[in-house]
Design a protein around this ligand. Structure first.
Ligand code: 5GP
Ligand code: 5GP
Length: 227
């Protein structure tokens, strides 16, 4: 094929634009999701403590999920970017304590981090490469101390039940933003506090009010189980 000079330049510009478009983000914000281990372990499926030991009685990270304002979300965006533990070796100890796995069979957490990176992390790779993705999630957990916000308002993991509005109000007061609360059910069918969603801007640096909430309902009285 022969290109005149100007056509060649146009082609090069087009290729560059397409490359930029392909690499640019396809999401509007993140959900930063934390799980209460007592509710994961009190549900109908089994739970297993990590090989590194029983996690602390605190919320643990589930994930940092790119999401769109219309409620949809991209997933598994880059099969050429597998989770590479050597890239986050300086974060492993913190990941073990702050992002512990409770799935069976027991393992050291690598399977959970691999799943979260490959399903969600690869969709925000234009903004956060692998190390930044995990470091950002760890930093967000420090900014959003859910257990402190809840206990300051008298909402404790004591097996008692609380109202949804009290739980949301306590987190809004302590963390500064209104969360989405996801419930699951324990073995006797009681609704319990399972996951808390907060929203974060596309840089991963700032908590924001959620542009859209997931769908789902908790019972009118929500148990906060011990762990
Ligand atoms: P579930 O169907 O149990 O609510 O969610 C299963 C998985 O789908 C979640 O762990 C997460 O990976 C993904 N997921 C569910 N809801 C959302 C959502 O609203 N946004 C994003 N980004 N991922 C979600
Ligand atoms: P999601 O697709 O819901 O983000 O991630 C859930 C996947 O991660 C499931 O395949 C689940 O088995 C695995 N997983 C490993 N450890 C945990 C854990 O502690 N909590 C949850 N919710 N999922 C876990």
């Amino acid at each position: 094929m022969v290109f005149k000079g100007s056509n060649l330049i146009k082609l090069m510009l087009l290729t560059q634009c397409l490359t930029v478009l392909c690499q640019s983000e396809d999401f509007d914000f993140f959900y930063f999701v934390q799980q209460w281990p007592g509710s994961y372990c009190d549900a109908r499926r089994p739970c297993c403590y990590p090989t590194t030991g029983k996690p602390a009685a605190d919320f643990g990270i589930h994930g940092l999920w790119p999401n769109r304002n219309d409620g949809s979300y991209p997933s598994n965006c880059d099969p050429n970017s597998p989770f590479d533990p050597s890239e986050v070796s300086d974060l492993t100890t913190k990941l073990q304590s702050e992002w512990p796995t409770l799935a069976c069979p027991s393992n050291d957490g690598t399977g959970f981090w691999t799943h979260e990176w490959e399903k969600h992390g690869t969709c925000s790779e234009s903004n956060l490469k692998q190390h930044a993705y995990f470091a950002t999630a760890l930093g967000l957990k420090e900014k959003a101390n859910l257990l402190q916000a809840l206990t300051s308002a008298g909402i404790k993991p004591d097996g008692e039940s609380y109202t949804l509005s009290d739980i949301k109000g306590a987190i809004k007061d302590g963390v500064g933003f209104t969360p989405y609360i996801e419930c699951n059910v324990d073995k006797s069918g009681n609704s319990q506090l399972y996951q808390v969603y907060l929203c974060v801007d596309t840089s991963g640096s700032n908590l924001i009010e959620c542009p859209v909430f997931p769908h789902g309902r908790c019972g009118s009285s929500i148990e906060f189980p011990t762990f």
